[in-house]
Ligand binder design. Structure first.
Ligand SMILES: C[S@@+](CC[C@H](N)C(=O)[O-])C[C@H]1O[C@@H](n2cnc3c(N)ncnc32)[C@H](O)[C@@H]1O
Length: 239
């Protein structure tokens, strides 16, 4: 390959700033300054290359609960450019970022976001939903799994939940914090949650200041149909 061809294949990366304000959540005792991040996005039509509208909503949920993030062991799945995982790391959590093991360009996005925000110590691993891989088996204990817009393709819904369920079997108190964009009234994860013995709590956006037009200083998500859910293991037949 000539130098010219190699140069043409370099992705065009642009950075967008996200600002999380001090007076949003965090509890009275927590007076953390505002948080400013830059997330590099690749101008490419392949998904995972930019911040999807679900991501600022999940990041806002993390920021709202930042007082309890310190020391939490967090895994982001399908992280792409990783806005939620980066916010969690900045709030003091021990974060691992992951994306599909067979999409190296998406893992590259995770590395790029870490580098841009001085988080080069954050591990990035390949985790393909539904696969019991050596990297999945080698995960340390996890308190919170993050997933922004991972219920994107109905064919993957069950694989996402299989991975989540596998992690929860080893970490029964773990919670899956996930944002979901309603794209079709016919798509639902309800029967899959039942099948995998998982419980889902819908979190209204206004309870964590995510119901505005402008979030984290960005126009995303604007008018949207995004939902925030916390999924946990069902502990009994009744809950
Ligand atoms: C809709 S994008 C969301 C990206 C990012 N979480 C966000 O909200 O900005 C879906 C992400 O899931 C990843 N993904 C797709 N299929 C996957 C699979 N089978 N296993 C793991 N990750 C996958 C993609 O690479 C992409 O990063």
């Amino acid at each position: 390959m000539s130098g010219g061809e190699r140069r043409r294949r370099e992705p065009l990366v642009v950075s967008r700033e996200y600002v999380f304000l001090q007076d949003e959540g965090g509890g009275e005792a927590e007076r953390s300054p505002e948080l400013r991040l830059r997330i590099p996005e690749v101008l490419d039509s392949e998904y995972g290359m930019y911040v999807w509208p679900c991501a600022p909503v999940l990041a806002q949920y993390i920021w709202f609960h930042r007082a309890s993030m310190t020391g939490k062991r967090v895994l982001e799945v399908g992280a792409g450019v990783s806005l939620p995982g980066i916010v969690a790391a900045k709030c003091g959590a021990n974060v691992i970022l992951s994306d599909s093991a067979v999409l190296p360009q998406c893992l590259e996005n995770c590395f790029r976001s870490c580098a841009q925000n001085n988080l080069i110590e954050v591990p990035v691993i390949g985790l393909t939903w539904g696969e019991i891989s050596p990297d999945l088996l080698a995960l340390p204990p996890i308190d919170i799994i993050l997933g922004s817009d991972v219920f994107y393709e109905p064919k993957d819904f069950e694989d996402v939940l299989v991975t989540v369920r596998f992690i929860m079997e080893r970490n029964p108190s773990a919670e899956f914090w996930t944002t979901y964009q309603v794209r079709s009234a016919n798509w639902s994860i309800e029967s899959l949650l039942h099948k995998w013995h998982l419980r889902c709590l819908n979190i209204p956006l206004n309870t964590f200041n995510a119901d505005g037009e402008c979030l984290a200083g960005s126009k995303l998500p604007g008018r949207h149909s995004i939902q925030m859910m916390v999924i946990t293991l069902k502990r009994s037949l009744t809950n």
